[in-house]
Write a protein that binds this ligand. Structure first.
Ligand code: SF4
Length: 352
């Protein structure tokens, strides 16, 4: 019994690959997932499983990104914001309508703040949302892989004030992004940076650097009405200034957030260059080759190791099925999951 699972998993892989993709695309998200946990990679990229309900963080980041894309393509700020939150018009069955409206306010106000913050910057948009594919090259023989290509999408190519070309990459973060925070040294070592530089050059843009544009998600939240048993009144019958009669509405919260963004722009928005050296690009290509070999080995043996830790499992969309030993069968999605026909939805499907 215990030895049957690898064979079972290996056969699922073959079916999924035949059904889902003519080429095997190694995106930076996929490679990061493989580095984080091979089992998570198996469930997400080999079986194509994905939660039906997207996580709040992914949804917010995608909508924010959509607004920036529209703006970079020439939409005025108001139209870009409307497009960004179009999917928030209807509240899904599973969502709390108040939280849903608050999320929409966060996206709208962060976009408004971003447009305001950078409206006078000296960065010229040259190209927007460019997909790419790079051969994965054996660092010893120089021959391309027959199994994989490196693929992805660049948010934008820009010309900086000094005339250099740069990849512009947007991120939303749920942590401190101040210049002296841990965020930037970690980003400096992110292999994704090398991938962007190589991709931009392959697309014909001789970029010198990557410009990271990071937006911090708010830590403030809607104010709640003071519980009845905690309320204190002045002599003339008014609530104390710090207490509230009613919950703050999503719209009121949005206005307060916009004021906060205006008061503390550096808290919410940071842009920094992350350069890359030529030997770092070579190192990136060698590392991806090594990861590809690891991936093929896992497939060959039908064995995908778990990396059990609170930092990995704590944010894993498969935690409830993986940690409870739920057996996933080929072509059948467990409750709450779907099987994706395109396992890299950030890239257009069917352009093989
Ligand atoms: S729950 Fe943990 S061990 Fe299981 S797939 Fe997710 S990250 Fe890996």
């Amino acid at each position: 019994m215990t030895q049957a699972a690898p064979h079972h998993e290996a056969s699922q892989v073959t079916e999924q690959r035949c059904a889902g993709a003519a080429r095997d695309l190694l995106t930076s998200t996929r490679l990061a997932t493989l580095r984080r946990c091979a089992k998570q990679h198996y469930l997400r990229y080999e079986l194509g499983l994905s939660r039906v309900r997207t996580s709040d963080a992914l949804r917010l980041g995608a909508a924010f990104h959509r607004g920036l894309e529209r703006y970079n393509r020439g939409a005025d700020p108001a139209d870009a914001i409307v497009d960004a939150v179009a999917e928030y018009e209807f509240v899904p069955d599973w969502a709390d309508s108040f939280e849903w409206d608050v999320e929409r306010e966060i996206i709208q106000q962060l976009l408004a703040g971003h447009f305001w913050r950078y409206e006078k910057d000296d960065v010229e948009i040259i190209a927007v949302e460019r997909t790419f594919e790079l051969p994965l090259v054996n660092p010893q023989s120089g021959r391309p892989s027959r199994a994989f290509v490196i693929a992805g999408k660049i948010d934008a190519i820009v010309r900086l004030a000094d005339g250099r070309l740069a990849v512009l990459e947007y991120k939303t973060a749920g942590e401190d992004i101040a210049p002296d925070s841990d965020y930037w040294p970690r980003l400096r070592c992110d292999p994704q940076i090398s991938q962007y530089v190589l991709a931009a050059r392959a697309l014909g843009f001789d970029v010198a650097t990557v410009l990271y544009d990071v937006t911090r998600k708010p830590t403030i939240s809607p104010l709640r009405a003071t519980p009845l048993d905690k309320r204190k009144y002045t002599k003339d019958g008014r609530l104390y200034a710090a207490q509230r009669e009613n919950d703050e509405t999503p719209e009121e919260f949005g206005q307060r957030l916009l004021v906060d963004v205006g008061d503390r722009p550096d808290y919410y928005f940071q842009r920094r260059e992350v350069p890359r050296l030529e030997d770092e690009l070579a190192e990136f290509q060698a590392e991806v080759w090594q990861q590809a070999k690891q991936l093929l080995d896992a497939r060959r043996h039908g064995r995908w190791f778990r990396n059990v830790h609170r930092f990995t499992c704590g944010t894993c969309e498969f935690a409830n099925i993986c940690l409870n030993g739920v057996r996933v069968t080929s072509g059948t999605a467990p409750a709450g999951f779907q099987i994706l026909t395109n396992v890299s939805p950030e890239l257009p499907a069917g352009d093989d």
